[in-house]
Design a protein around this ligand. Structure first.
Ligand SMILES: NC(=O)c1ccc[n+]([C@@H]2O[C@H](COP(=O)([O-])OP(=O)(O)OC[C@H]3O[C@@H](n4cnc5c(N)ncnc54)[C@H](O)[C@@H]3O)[C@@H](O)[C@H]2O)c1
Length: 256
């Protein structure tokens, strides 16, 4: 692990930040990318304070030049062996009322943003002879949420699921593995973004009641799954959508 690097988008917060911190503890030099300058600085400072090595990059993943600029800097450091594309947004709304610009924005960040970062990582990793890429899916790619209004988000994550499989097949001959983690409800800013502060306690209780494991995930629990996918411990796993969802996708709500 010494002398190798991991690049994480969405590194300022939530699951991305947890992967940065766990990745640093595992010995990677961490490249932390996010559009949130304060958050990405906090991630880098926390890693450095704990004795790790990290570089922050202020990048909007929808901007081609910003993404490629970050990779020019990454190329000057330790060999890039892992990518976790976590940057994402969830802007909800029932389809018949949804502003088309909102739909476009969600796909732009969650799908095109992931593609732009993956494209750069592929170029670096092909030249280096291999690597592991982990994308971030969602149960919304596979089921409709009872809460409703997840059209844009679900479509963006459905694209991630099919991109994962296609990339895995295309790049296996280059020694590259591509998988996606599928987190269940995880206690992060994104999870609460669309919920009024006064409603959060009731929503939390409702969600907890619907998750078979009976609780929300902590971002560290998703990060451990991602680190496994990034490492050689998962050396024969590619093209897989790995659930880390507390049993959400195993459950049907039909009850007698
Ligand atoms: N929290 C959940 O319940 C849950 C469940 C399933 C999947 N996910 C997925 O996990 C991933 C991480 O989300 P999270 O829950 O940690 O949320 P979060 O809001 O804590 O983190 C998302 C990060 O992405 C960054 N980001 C957003 N748009 C960006 C852009 N254009 N350029 C660069 N950075 C950008 C934000 O600044 C933030 O730091 C997302 O892809 C999300 O869809 C989350």
């Amino acid at each position: 692990m010494i002398g190798t690097a991991l690049l994480v988008t969405g590194a300022a917060s939530g699951i991305g930040r947890a992967v940065c911190e766990l990745g640093s503890k595992a010995g990677y030099h961490v490249h932390a990318l996010d559009r949130d300058v304060e958050g990405v600085t906090a991630t880098v400072d926390a890693i450095c304070a704990a004795g790790g090595q990290a570089t922050g990059h202020l990048v909007d993943v929808t901007r081609v030049e910003e993404v490629s600029g970050a990779f020019e800097s990454v190329a000057k450091g330790p060999r890039l062996v892992g990518l976790f594309a976590s940057a994402g947004i969830d802007l909800g709304g029932m389809a018949h009322e949804l502003d088309p610009e909102t739909f476009r924005r969600v796909l732009d960040v969650n799908t095109t943003g992931a593609f732009l970062v993956v494209q750069q990582a592929l170029r670096v990793m092909i030249a280096a002879g291999g690597g592991s890429i982990v994308l971030c899916g969602s149960p919304a790619a596979q089921v409709g949420f009872a809460a409703g209004g997840v059209t844009a988000y679900g479509a963006s994550k459905g694209a991630i699921a099919s991109m994962t499989r296609t990339l895995a097949v295309d790049y296996a001959p280059h020694g590259l593995r591509v998988n996606a983690v599928v987190p269940g409800p995880t206690d992060t800013d994104l999870m609460w973004a669309g919920v009024a502060v006064g409603d959060r306690a009731a929503v939390r209780t409702k969600i907890i009641g619907e998750v078979p494991l009976g609780r929300l995930a902590h971002p560290d629990e998703i990060a451990r799954c991602v680190l496994w996918l990034l490492s050689d411990l998962s050396s024969y796993t590619t093209g897989s959508l790995i659930g880390c969802d507390g049993g959400v996708l195993a459950k049907s709500s039909i009850s007698m």
